[in-house]
Write a protein that binds this ligand. Sequence first.
Ligand code: ACO
Length: 439
Amino acid sequence: MGSIEAPKAENGIAHQNGGGGGGNRNGDGGGDPATRKGKSAASLESVRLPLEVGTRVMCRWRDQKLHPVKVIERRKVSSSSGDGEYEYYVHYTEFNRRLDEWVKLEQLDLDSVENDVDEKVDDKATGLKMTRNQKRKIDEAHVEQGHEELDPTSLREHEEFTKVKNIAKIELGRYEIDTWYFSPFPPEYNDCLKLYFCEFCLNFMKRKEQLQRHMRKCDLKHPPGDEIYRNGTLSMFEVDGKKNKVYGQNLCYLAKLFLDHKTLYYDVDLFLFYILCECDDRGCHMVGYFSKEKHSEESYNLACILTLPPYQRKGYGKFLIAFSYELSKKEGKVGTPERPLSDLGLLSYRGYWTRVLVEILKKKHNNNISIKDLSDMTAIKTDDVLNTLQSLDLIQYRKGVHAICADAKVLDRHLKAAGRGGLEVDVSKLIWTPYKEQS
Ligand SMILES: CC(=O)SCCNC(=O)CCNC(=O)[C@H](O)C(C)(C)COP(=O)(O)OP(=O)(O)OC[C@H]1O[C@@H](n2cnc3c(N)ncnc32)[C@H](O)[C@@H]1OP(=O)(O)O
């Protein structure tokens, strides 16, 4: 079962510009194979085929509407006529990179191939006149969230190196999952469209028969670590990257398929991995995880977080976030997630922070509580407390100090907007002591 979310204008993940169309669907590949009259009669331009990398054009997406794309890569495919036809790897400029895909020529509206003319246009948001290219850069920067903390050079390098997804699908347990991003698997795996993972030890293989043979021999029925939490059918395992190096590395390869701007750490020794599982009589099946540095100078209490796509939007992400703060409370520290946050990471954290903080404020009717108090009670770093309350407009700056001010109705409104609470962490079921280096 594949799983990928559709863009939604209202949630900040992706925006549709309302255009949705423009020009006729006119990409049947007929006519002169090398050039094609595709522009409006007025422009009398011809479109050269194959399209160049970098071309901007409208593309028919799975919602059957046309959306603007940029051609990132092209490849020859064999066709019935024997002519080399091309497929194009496109980036939908209004959507996150996880929706990049290979498309056929007929999905592209050749009438919409753009000229290089950089005419002046009005930007409705700012009221400024700017060139089309300038406006596009601004629009794309707004849509591509999670990039803010990368400088332009790093961002370009990152995008060049990871521009085309190498593995299209994986099989893991009972799911077949469409991948989202490039992951730097060893080169010998780069020519396989699908990889087969053992859901327990996370070894990956190129062929189904290899996996079947492996499953007959693999002794593991849960992640290779200590079970530190069990509540009904939900379990959390702590895996030390130093003691289980191969598992840690396999997990990083797997996770990178769904995480864009995260460095893949080969040095897994420095990390603990917290694996969330749903358990039944066949074993403990991984649902998601987060990693955590054993020692963090920046008070990070979480490095990477992932809920596998078939399990997303069921409250597991908020469970993992809440769990990371429960560990921080046991350590007697405050924590914050490593940056940059992805678009979905940011949404999940914002929802969690809002819910936790507003619920406390609702109980403290006299509002006599400081940012520091809130941070101490929740283990949420003061910067994150302050930013969250500021974004909710609950902070006033008076005589050099921040004061929290909110009435019950406003708090109720924020709580409602923060979404569902997620699965509860029952702290009484957590059996854990903070990591200590063994000499
Ligand atoms: C520090 C870092 O690692 S940043 C990177 C974060 N990780 C990633 O981006 C990897 C890919 N994404 C994921 O694994 C997941 O989307 C996670 C971990 C971010 C969230 O996991 P989930 O299990 O889906 O979270 P959960 O069900 O608790 O929902 C979290 C909230 O985030 C928001 N959200 C999550 N996914 C979506 C989505 N596709 N569309 C809109 N809102 C969404 C919602 O507000 C949701 O709450 P709601 O369902 O009550 O409305």
